[in-house]
Design a binder for this molecule. Structure first.
Ligand code: TYD
Length: 219
């Protein structure tokens, strides 16, 4: 079993059902003796959680939105993600930069080249000789936007993203597909329009295949 730090991110449109599987993975890793850092974006530090409040609720233009997402990310990387990886923890992060490309890029139509520049600034880590921090694996919960909308309907008071029309989420889903096409080895795509147990089986399999979880042990 690998004991170096692992950086795992989870992506998908709103309503794709990430949360229970992230919790299940935390339990499975802990059952195998690994320390787990559970975190999320935007957020994960006191400063980044304040920025989350603003970006999910206050009206702003797409550049401002992208800058706040990356500002929150920079603080999160420095305060939480890098120290956890240096300790050898498994970092399970609910959303990361693929969400910015999908939501601000594909969804809002913001310039992908500018997002790429911000990605390079924010994720360059001096302790890695300036190398870009990227996830070791990104689990993409791929759900048709119409199904996600049905699941979300009436669930709770929607934020600025959840209240977007179906066409927005169609674009976001395309944005995720484009990111996966650019870096297929980093992604595990999990078809999420199936029963929860089947989704969980696929998620677990992605980790077992990489030798990161032992089959049949833990949750
Ligand atoms: P989410 O992580 O799904 O949290 P919750 O389950 O509490 O709603 O919501 C965060 C929202 O922020 C989601 O709609 C996607 C959006 N988002 C972006 O638009 N860009 C980003 O870079 C990130 C990280 C999230």
């Amino acid at each position: 079993m690998q004991t170096a730090g692992l950086f795992i991110t989870f992506e998908g449109i709103d309503g794709a059902g990430k949360s229970t599987h992230i919790a299940g993975l935390a339990e499975a890793f802990r059952a195998q003796g690994r320390a787990v850092a559970l975190t999320r974006e935007p957020g994960g530090t006191p400063l980044a959680e304040k920025l989350r409040e603003l970006v999910l609720n206050d009206p702003m233009d797409p550049l401002c939105e992208a800058l706040l997402m990356f500002a929150a990310r920079r603080d999160h990387l420095q305060q939480v993600i890098e120290p956890a990886l240096a300790r050898g923890d498994v970092v399970l992060c609910d959303r990361f930069t693929d969400a910015t490309f999908a939501y601000q890029g594909a969804g809002r139509g913001f310039d992908l080249d500018v997002l790429g520049q911000l990605e390079r600034w924010v994720q360059a880590m001096p302790e890695q000789g300036g190398r870009l921090r990227q996830p070791d694996l990104t689990v993409w919960f791929d759900l048709p936007p119409a199904v996600a909308a049905e699941r979300l309907a009436g669930a709770r008071l929607p934020d600025r993203f959840e209240s977007q029309p179906l066409a927005f989420f169609e674009r976001v889903a395309t944005g995720y597909a484009d990111r996966m096409r650019q870096e297929p080895a980093r992604f595990a795509r999990v078809p999420s329009d199936q029963a929860k147990d089947a989704v969980w089986r696929d998620v677990r399999q992605a980790f077992e295949q990489r030798g990161w979880l032992r089959a049949g042990v833990g949750a």
